[in-house]
Design a protein around this ligand. Sequence first.
Ligand code: BMA
Length: 839
Amino acid sequence: MLRDWRLKDFAENEGVAARAFDASDSDDGWIKVEAPGDVYLVLHAAGRIPDPFGDRAEKACAWVKDREWWWRTDFEAPQINDDQRLILEFQGLDTFATIWLNGEIIGRSENMFRAVRSDVTARVHPGKNRLAVCFRPTSSAVIDREMPTWPIISDSIKETKRNFIRKAQFGWGWDWGPTLPTVGIWKPVSMRTETSAALRTVKFTTLELSPTHDRAKVSVEIEAEVFGTADALTAEIALVGPADGAHIEGTIDLKDGRGRFDTTVVSPKLWWTPELGESYRYDLKIAVKADGRVVEHRVLKVGIRTIALDQSPDPDEPGASFFRFVLNEVPIFARGVCWIPASSFVAAVDEAHYRRLLEAAVEANMNMVRVWGGGVYEHDAFYDLCDELGLLVWQDFMFACAPYPEHDPIFIENVVAEVAYQIERLRNHPSLALWCGNNEAQVVQGFMNAVKRRNDPLPGDLFYSKKMPDAVAALDPTTPYWPGSPFGGPNANSMIAGDVHDWTVWHGMPPVPVDRAVGKFDLSPESVAYTRYAEDMGRFISEYGIQASPVMETLTRCLPEDQRSLGSDALLNRIKDHPKNKVDAMLVSVTGLPTSLEQYVDYTQITQAEGLKFGVEHFRRRKPHCSGSLIWQFNDCWPGISWSLIDYYGFAKASYFFVRRAYAPVMASFKAMDDGSVELWIVNDTLNSIDIELVVALKAFAGGTVWSDSIAARVGANRVEIVWRAESDRLPGDRRHVLTVRSRNDIFPANRHFFAPIKDLDRPAPPAPEIKFEQRGSHEIAVHLGATDYLYFVHLLVADERTRFSDNYFDLADGETTTVVVRNEAVALSPDNVVVRWR
Ligand code: BMA
């Protein structure tokens, strides 16, 4: 009904003066827009701004945020009977909005993260009705607010006023994103007729699983709003299992609009993460009846599963306690990533965009994503996909890296309503594993207190310590709540309890072993080396990461030709962290410094990939003492240079494939010991005990195998074992050798250990591998590769981001062959499109 929206900008307050709300005002100068939609994209299409992601375009777009924006549409109202009402609902208005209907103000909103519902029955009339929404410039809405910012937050994140505005915080710029704050109708808007009663909330809960999982107690709680004259209100409920599963039906009376239905599902099909099983979902069908007549019908997809956060003492590490998720009574290791908005233009992210990224996460053996607190509560499609794919969601509330006002009653009320709205919106998703208060508030406050030797309270703590946990307890008590990330223990970033953000590597942050930060930020190569991950004995590492350039194709798309060089202004503009050469301190010890853009791409990608591999392997070997690794960051909101594994367009960096192997449910990794010996560890995250047959070999780069050991071992379900060890006398430990491991029965991805940094390896210049292309239909090519010498960083490039590779960015030892399947569903592939590179 609400189509054909139009958009126009004014100086502040001039929209009202120009009667933009008036039905008689003409559409001259108004631009067509879809609701939901994004103003920048519409303006660009209309030729009023350059491509906002184009070269150094932020400045040319900066005026957008200082204007007043009006969106409006006309509609014909439906016929409304006596027992009916007409409801207008905006699921999200960004941000300071006034809603006008037929020349009158009918509502206001000051929070992008809340819905606005209005009963407009008495306000519509036959014929044309005009609906208009005015968005004030955010800066003027909070012009009189003052609050000190946090000095230690990097310049790219600092913004004096964002903390007063309930809006995606990253829009003002972040250390990976441009300054392009959005404005407008960013989520669906609807007008619907309701009859007698309306379903307000549904809550589906798995109350209990029997020890053998052959029975599950579940409940459905319903709240409806009754406004008509109906005598009897009931709800018919059906829980319909996947294919051959259960079909349970029941009817409940809704007294005062409320009712609850409890049942036991026999032989339930549970919802699992991919390494543990299938992510089964049931259809929960609800029909609300007033005096026997169906007035509303809704179908939800739900999952039967329990989720808990185990923080019991760790018997093997006295003084420390676990921080691990328990899914259906199985303690799991969270292999995952932190998620940021998939575009600066948050209204424009669609299901297909989410699907590409989330499927890539599952293909990379992940089982958890953390929706980070500086972005948005994502669109419904995101959570539906996580449910479907078996990805657990760590959900931050949208507060990040700032003090927040907690004495203003209007702000408090606004936050409390947002929190309740989002909990009710998301609580039925089986993927939802945790509600978390914020990103990095407690840790920054703690750090500043340590520096100043004070004990100042955290502005905003009212929300994290009181309002949010109260709301979760009331509305979603079976989902765990955690006050912040990081949090827990004697210091918010303590290794002995709670979660950790490890920014010693990259940001040079002083490590926080137990109770307090020691030392100063240090950006020297020794301080930021990725091998320092090995010092991290934390329980759950919810952020750590290394920046890398995207692939050359991405740089080519976003840098003008004369700017495709190291140090160019356009390149530096894509780096939002400071100082812009921070990466050098890491490159120095891994690859050396690049002298060309091509080298910059390879060297930063190598460093990120090797560093994350090292980190993931270390954290996983520490299972169960460490029970989670969430890499910062999975994706990008624009074509920039960041910590992402997959860039904005969808091209994977080398790190994506390194992490995919390191996150394999069964993973083999070498651990170099201080005495020169090396151990081989197997991590088994599956629920089966596994019999492995493997070959460890010491190979010379010059050619040939020095020795090899064949081993058979059994590794128990959900366990970690050391299966092999070599003393230093068998290991030359030098630059001319490599230690490799392969599974004979294909149970884990091959792995290797170098005894020196990449740049110091003593390898003869490798000759080209044998390459054979086998065309398999127009969309698939098998690339057969054979190495006659040790090849490092073998990778295949195709300049279309929809291309999938069965593997990429791997090593091939002499005599080894492999086949990479390259597939692109969208466009035809030919061998000419595929470039093979190695180092
Ligand atoms: C942490 C995150 C983000 C930031 C990242 C990289 O602070 O929570 O705020 O972008 O590290 O600096």
